[in-house]
Design a protein around this ligand. Structure first.
Ligand code: ATR
Length: 276
């Protein structure tokens, strides 16, 4: 029997990761026998742990707080990872080189436009945050056709850096966090801050929620509960967490590694039943 193909997800902490379960479900759809483990690596040990894994491993997902380090250590990077400056997928290529890729933006847009059947074209969009997660989705929002993208970050320098990197001043621009209360309302609000994950709350005015607003948190479960609850209370028409995004990003990684496109709907239904 050939050895089982090894895959993994790296994070810190990683004990609650859904990725092993999602990849096992996908593999089951095709009768693929694989090993997919969750590896907890502290930042100082991340690079060595990845190299050790890739002595045998074929592919790895990367989550907080390692996405920038994953991009930096790779031998080559896809265009999507390069513009984000972060990676959530590492793949050992046939020639032994390590490739960085980022599936976050595609996964988010597919979750919104296909699973939730929402058309983003022409939307006025507000992106909260300008860190790795925000960089992973900003360009995809523009590609999906939002009319404008207003980037607001607690630290305005990071927001300006992101807007400069996008280089489309007619559509993508920044405002100060302090201006949120008189900035007007938006059709789409994406929470790309790590406030929920870190256990902090966001103090957001309800006035930013437009009458047909879709509010979306890139995280899921407890981390997203504060923002999603706030959005519902503020009258958003739709308020979604990023569980579907997580599953879509996993499907993209799976297809990259196995050349097969898994059906994400049964996995979404199963996990949604658990995560409410
Ligand atoms: P990630 O990979 O999750 O994006 P990151 O690169 O560290 O992690 O970025 C975290 C983002 O969440 C940043 O935009 C950060 O704002 P600052 O650049 O001002 O630090 C934002 N963030 C974290 N906690 C926040 C809070 N309590 N309020 C507002 N923004 C917060």
């Amino acid at each position: 029997m050939p050895p089982r193909q090894r895959f993994a997800v790296f994070g810190h902490p990683i004990n609650h990761s859904l990725s092993p379960r999602i990849h096992a479900d996908f593999a089951g759809q095709f009768g693929i026998d694989l090993s997919y483990e969750a590896i907890d690596a502290a930042p100082e040990g991340f690079k060595d742990a990845v190299h050790a894994f890739f002595d045998e491993g074929l592919g790895a997902n990367v989550t907080l707080p390692h996405k920038a380090a994953a991009f930096a250590m790779a031998d080559i990077a896809t265009a999507t990872a390069t513009r984000a400056g972060t990676a959530n997928v590492l793949t050992r290529l046939g020639d032994g080189r390590l490739e960085a890729h980022n599936t976050d933006g595609d996964g988010m847009v597919r979750d919104i436009t296909e699973r939730h059947a929402q058309d983003l074209r022409g939307h006025t969009a507000l992106l909260l945050g300008a860190g790795g997660a925000a960089r992973g989705v900003a360009w995809h929002l523009l590609d999906a056709g939002v009319g404008t993208l207003t980037i607001v970050n607690r630290n305005p320098v990071a927001a300006d850096d992101l807007a400069d990197a996008i280089g489309d001043p007619a559509r993508a621009h920044t405002r100060y966090w302090e201006d949120l209360h008189d900035i007007g309302s938006f059709d789409l609000i994406v929470n790309a801050t790590s406030a929920g994950t870190l256990g902090g709350g966001l103090d957001l005015p309800v006035s930013i929620v437009g009458s047909r607003a879709l509010c979306y948190d890139l995280s899921y479960g407890k981390s997203a509960a504060g923002f999603v609850g706030w959005a519902r209370g503020a009258g958003a028409r739709y308020a979604f967490d990023g569980l579907g995004m997580l599953i879509e990003t996993a499907a993209d990684a799976f297809e990259r590694w196995h050349g097969k496109r898994p059906d994400t709907d049964p996995v979404y239904r199963e996990l949604r039943a658990i995560y409410g």
